[in-house]
Design a protein around this ligand. Structure first.
Ligand SMILES: [Fe+2]
Length: 374
């Protein structure tokens, strides 16, 4: 056997290492929650290398923060931090080279103050860097093998693989968060442009958004989904910015031709939103805008979808929009009182609106009005 060939035992070990990495990779790619990703990676790595304690250090604002910590004195470590480049964890993050330490007391790079602060006794250590595409993310530190042996090459390979996978996912997750913040800003800006242009609907987008969020919460949607519904509702009439001013601002009753133009606003709005990126984040905004004038019985526009073929976001916005139109100052008629508006919406359950959406909205709005604790 040449020096470069691996024995069957070594191959089996490598396959087992890769299986662990794949399993953890599958689990962490199913979440965008960075805290959860860090906990999963640290637990998996400690299990695989049989470590007594471990820390996942993340680089933020020129400091390394122990954002995931496990071990007998873990709680005492959570509030501490290293300066960039400080200690073994800091140097590994900086140099992007892993480090084995058989006896930390003989290594001057070791930040002893952490053992002093926690009362934990560190003997041996394996630290690997977290980085991807030239971006340093942090370092993964394994401490003391439970069987008192030393960390070995297999431990190094599996820690390095797990660190590489998690670094990529942490960076992607940060990009996703930034994209969402950017999209939020764009959504609010577009909504304010619409409100500024059309005095009849000033404040309408905000109020519809508030009612839609209430419905989404009552339907038990997740906080993430509630946020999407809230943003979609803010933009539901965005297509009106593409309607000519003489039609949009005409104080006289509209003729058939003008209505035809107004009724294009769902499609016009969807076309505007479809130009935003990333598509995965704007899909629901687009659906809310395009379908918010569809009717549950299929007699709406622009497509004529019916029942649950209409995306839930649009069924929610339809009720929220109708309620605000009824209770707010109307373009061509007096506004209604809240109870009168709720009754009118109830009458339209099953024809205009999804009965379940109507039920939760009407019940929760009445309960709030009468001060019933929910
Ligand atoms: Fe509309």
């Amino acid at each position: 056997m040449s020096e470069r060939e691996q024995s069957p035992v070594e191959l089996r070990q490598r396959i087992s290492e890769l299986e662990t990495v794949l399993e953890v990779g599958r689990e962490i790619t199913s979440t965008l929650d960075v805290d959860r990703i860090m906990d999963l990676v640290l637990d998996a790595c400690m299990g695989a290398v049989n470590a007594e304690a471990g820390t996942l250090w993340i680089l933020e604002d020129a400091h390394l923060l122990p954002l995931a910590v496990r071990g007998p004195k873990a709680d005492r470590l959570k509030g501490l931090k290293l300066k960039q480049g400080e200690g073994l964890a800091g140097q590994v993050c900086e140099n992007r080279e892993p480090v084995f330490v058989e006896d930390v007391t003989r290594d001057e790079r070791w930040a002893k103050r952490f053992d002093d602060a926690t009362g934990f006794i560190t003997r041996s250590m394996l630290v690997v860097p977290l980085f991807t595409d030239d971006i340093s993310v942090g370092s993964l530190q394994m401490i003391n093998k439970l069987d008192s042996s030393l960390f070995n090459e297999s431990d190094l390979r599996i820690s390095t693989d797990l660190a590489a996978v998690s670094a990529k996912i942490i960076v992607n997750s940060r990009i996703h968060t930034q994209q969402r913040l950017l999209l939020d800003t764009t959504v609010r800006m577009l909504a304010s442009v619409l409100d500024a242009r059309d005095p009849y609907t000033r404040g309408h987008s905000e109020r519809v958004s508030k009612h839609a969020l209430l419905i989404a919460g009552e339907l038990g949607l997740s906080p993430e989904e509630q946020g999407v519904i809230e943003r979609a509702a803010l933009l539901h009439d965005i297509g009106k910015i593409a309607i000519p001013e003489e039609v949009l601002l005409d104080a006289n009753p509209l003729d058939a031709k003008a209505w035809e133009q107004i009724n294009k606003h769902p499609s016009l709005g969807a076309n505007i939103l479809f130009q935003l990126e990333p598509k995965t984040l704007i899909r629901q905004l687009w659906a809310g805008t395009l379908y918010h004038h569809e009717r549950y019985d299929g007699n709406g526009y622009p497509v004529g979808l019916a029942g649950e073929d209409i995306p839930l976001v649009a069924r929610i916005i339809a009720v929220a929009n109708a309620f605000d139109n009824l209770v707010s100052q109307q373009r061509f008629g007096p506004s209604k009182g809240i109870e009168e508006a709720l009754e009118e919406i109830e009458l339209c359950a099953g024809t205009y609106f999804d009965p379940k959406v109507v039920e939760v909205f009407v019940n929760s709005t009445r309960a709030r009005r009468t001060g019933v604790a929910r």
